[in-house]
Design a protein around this ligand. Structure first.
Ligand code: GLA
Length: 798
């Protein structure tokens, strides 16, 4: 709901179910930020009831610039603003920085007008932006947009601010549009999406840093002075710094306290800065990274910024995540796959890498089918001459040596096996060693006449060039139509270097990185419209472009090339702060793991991957019969609980928050609260300490649940030569006798089986069967060596 308090000058209040965002037009005409926090009551008929929100001023602070002689008490450096600019005394991180033809950089925006828009009207105004936006499906949506117009009268610039309110998810989004109403061009040096000037102590920043195979490392810093910046300069949103950040006071934790998060609906270079000013206030800005960015705005032209998603929770990060999960599912992800269960897939990459051919793929697919796989994905290596990563990107023709019947024949055969077929592509790239490059060397992003650097032996296509975009759209249309393709993994494997568009004139080179992203969005928009039924999965060397921009087109993203179960507990736990389980994919792979060489139990690999969109990525043909049987059971079990995993409410256990916690727990609860599935995981086993508790979250307190575990069998080999303490004959480890016996001797794992009220389960936790602690074993013992986990079920008892 948007509430307007009419006074000499208007006050604006954006109300969600649990939060309020307040601002007003101040006496100077600037838009003053008043409040962002827990919901407050606003009496639109009584402006005096809003008075406590206004910072009162008698004199401006010493050694600051006074805005005008008429109002000597106002220094812009000490005002909470919605839009900070340069040159009028505000020396903090600006929202906007514009350079005029006379070389000056001072701008000043004051209020002109406002209107409340439906989302349809908002979208019409933003149509020319070329950027993806949040949306609402319901016709009579409660979501509304407050559209405020500011102007810089001297420079004849107009700044439009869009505030969209999603009451149901406690989300407010912000974006801006700068219009040049003058008759000379101006250069935008920065134009942010959101600014928040906070008077409360929001000194803690939680951010997610990383690298390839190390995505989403959750870190927290306390800003006591100066600035903290979370940004990317890779050309993508990057695995180095995800655009999602959380601000909070120091005492906020997983289960309580205030927090504000911000994420950008953007897939390129981004910038989030928190600054503590000289008066103890915090300024936060988020938007396109100003580094190497500039944009020439001709008379009459408009520049649009990406939408920033703001969320406030008074219930700690768990509350924040719940709201964001609903928001992303309802207002970001779209298309036929929005609410549709995602298939369990088998991907050929870690099974075969580049060494693929039709025969090999069919054998792998057949093994997948036997295990219950629903979708078979042919990864990299299928097109002309692509035997390693040094060539062929751009030549999207099946290699006849590998696929003699092309994609049509292979996809048909996969379909006959009873599975859907999917394919890997990397459309934004060009190898120098390719036919495409021979024909169009000027389509690669590099500086003519200069030596250039490469990543993974490849160049990036210049998506600023409309001809290149057309080529990508038509080529991909041809590929996606060349067989029965139901799924596409869209990869992007390198960072930008030698940033330069051979298509753009010199004066516009500062626009290259952003124009690339706009070009990409145009391509994605067109292809997802042409192929609405295809399930698209985003990928960028794993999670190098994991953001809300991609999720507006593709409903899921490959979270990381790292499939190690231990690493994945951290990576997936961190993604869950800002993204629902239904948007990140997770695969069970072979052991030793290909990224870490770590050995983890197959059961743990499966259980951890189930808390994501489950897939497999290993050579099933090489697995033992017992592993294949286990996988068959895993997939059958997953299908039964898939709706809860993929579309239930997800909760992190409170213990996950401590970075040195040895245990971790997750719970997914069905929308009606009557079915839940949980995971309990331990990193390293501790001798002589056998008690563990699993504490579910999100159950209905007054409903009785049947709590039970999966039937597990222990294998003789799990005990090594310890079996000799009870075995009548000596069993040597690694011997044929051990191998034979292990095929027949299976011991029942511990059984958990109890019924209790939701409140008991959640508040007291479930004291689990004791873990093996070195002093004895029987069927009531939970074998829990390093990296072990258990999945538990909770079903309401009628
Ligand atoms: C990237 C992806 C992998 C795989 C390879 C293929 O690294 O993240 O999953 O598709 O490319 O080259």
């Amino acid at each position: 709901m948007i509430q307007i308090v009419k006074d000499t000058r208007p006050w604006f209040f954006l109300q969600t179910t649990h939060s309020t965002y307040g601002m007003r037009v101040m006496e100077t005409g600037h838009l003053e930020h008043l409040y962002y926090g827990e919901r407050i009551t606003v009496d639109t008929q009584d402006p005096s009831s809003c008075a406590p929100l206004v910072i009162q001023r008698a004199f401006a602070p010493g050694n600051t610039c006074i805005y005008t002689k008429e109002q000597p008490q106002i220094s812009m450096e000490d005002v909470c603003l919605e839009v900070g600019t340069c040159g009028k005394g505000d020396i903090r991180e600006p929202f906007l920085e514009v350079c005029f033809t006379d070389g000056s950089v001072t701008s000043d925006f004051t209020f002109v007008s406002f209107e409340v828009l439906t989302l349809k009207d908002r979208d019409e105004r933003m149509q020319a932006s070329g950027l993806p936006h949040s949306y609402s499906e319901e016709e009579s949506s409660s979501a509304k947009c407050l559209h405020i117009i500011l102007q810089d009268a001297t420079n004849r610039l107009e700044l439009q601010l869009f505030y969209t309110v999603y009451e149901d998810c406690d989300v407010i989004t912000r974006s801006a549009c700068l219009l040049n109403r003058s008759d000379t061009f101006v250069t935008i040096e920065r134009c942010m999406s959101a600014q928040l000037d906070l008077t409360e102590d929001y000194s803690e920043v939680t951010h997610f840093s990383g690298a390839w195979a190390r995505e989403m490392h959750r870190e927290q810093i306390t800003l006591s002075s100066g600035k903290f910046v979370n940004s990317s300069y890779t050309g993508t949103s990057s695995n180095r710094a995800n655009p999602f950040v959380i601000l909070s006071p120091e005492n906020t934790c997983e289960t309580s306290g205030s927090c504000i998060s911000c994420n950008l609906i953007y897939s390129g270079n981004h910038y989030e800065a928190l600054e503590k000013d000289s008066y103890g206030k915090f300024r936060f800005v988020a938007g396109i990274n100003p580094r190497s960015f500039s944009w020439q705005l001709a008379p009459g032209e408009a520049f649009y910024t990406p939408e920033a998603v703001l969320n406030f929770s008074a219930d700690g990060s768990r509350g924040l995540s719940g709201q964001l999960h609903s928001f992303i599912r309802e207002h970001i992800v779209r298309g036929v796959w929005k609410h549709k269960p995602r298939p369990v897939l088998l991907n050929s990459w870690e099974a075969c890498y580049f060494k693929i051919d039709e025969k090999k793929l069919l054998q792998l697919a057949k093994a997948g089918k036997d295990a219950g796989i629903e979708l078979f994905v042919m990864d990299d290596g299928w097109f002309l001459g692509r035997n390693n990563d040094t060539s062929s990107l751009g030549d999207w023709e099946p290699d006849p040596k590998k696929l003699p019947g092309g994609i049509a024949s292979l996809s048909k055969k996969i379909k006959e096996l009873g599975m859907d077929f999917g394919i890997w592509v990397e459309p934004e790239m060009i190898s120098e060693n390719s036919n495409l490059y021979k024909g169009h060397p000027d389509w690669a992003m590099k500086i003519p006449g200069h030596p250039h650097s490469e990543g993974r032996n490849q160049c990036i296509l210049d998506l600023c060039n409309p001809e290149v975009r057309k080529y990508v759209i038509e080529e991909m249309t041809r590929v996606f139509s060349s067989g029965e393709i139901r799924y596409v993994k869209w990869d992007m494997n390198r960072n930008f270097s030698d940033i330069y568009s051979p298509y753009l004139p010199a004066a516009k080179q500062g626009e290259t990185a952003h124009r690339y992203v706009l070009g990409l969005y145009q391509i994605m928009e067109e292809l997802t419209t042409r192929f609405p039924k295809i399930l698209f999965e985003g990928c960028s060397a794993g999670g190098n472009r994991f953001d809300l921009g991609i999720l507006c087109y593709f409903p899921q993203i490959w979270a990381s090339d790292n499939t190690d179960a231990l690493c994945r507990t951290g990576i997936q736990n961190s993604y869950s702060y800002g993204y629902p389980l239904s948007v990140f994919t997770a695969h069970v792979s072979s052991c030793p793991n290909h990224q870490t060489l770590r050995i983890t139990p197959l059961e743990t690999r499966f259980q951890v991957a189930s808390f994501g969109i489950l897939g497999y990525e290993c050579n099933l043909k090489d697995l033992s019969g017992s592993d294949l049987n286990a996988i068959r059971e895993q997939i059958a079990f997953y299908k039964k609980w898939r709706d809860v995993f993929q579309f239930g409410s997800f909760y992190r256990g409170a213990e996950n928050e401590a970075s040195d916690s040895e245990t971790l727990s997750w719970t997914c609860v069905s929308p009606d609260g009557r079915r839940a599935v949980g995971l309990f995981f331990r990193r390293l086993t501790v001798p002589n300490q056998s008690h563990d508790w699993y504490r579910p979250v999100g159950l209905l307190p007054d409903v009785k649940y049947h709590f039970y575990g999966r039937n597990i069998k222990y294998n003789l080999k799990d005990f090594g030569d310890l079996v000799n303490t009870v075995s009548p004959i000596h069993i040597k480890q690694g011997s044929a006798l051990q191998e034979i016996l292990s095929r027949f001797v299976n011991m029942d794992g511990e059984k958990e089986d109890l019924t209790a009220y939701g409140d008991t389960l959640m508040r007291a936790g479930i004291a689990l069967k004791p873990a093996f602690a070195g002093t004895g074993y029987n069927s009531d013992t939970r074998l829990f060596p390093d990296f072990s986990s258990r999945i538990y079920f909770m079903e309401a008892v009628e």
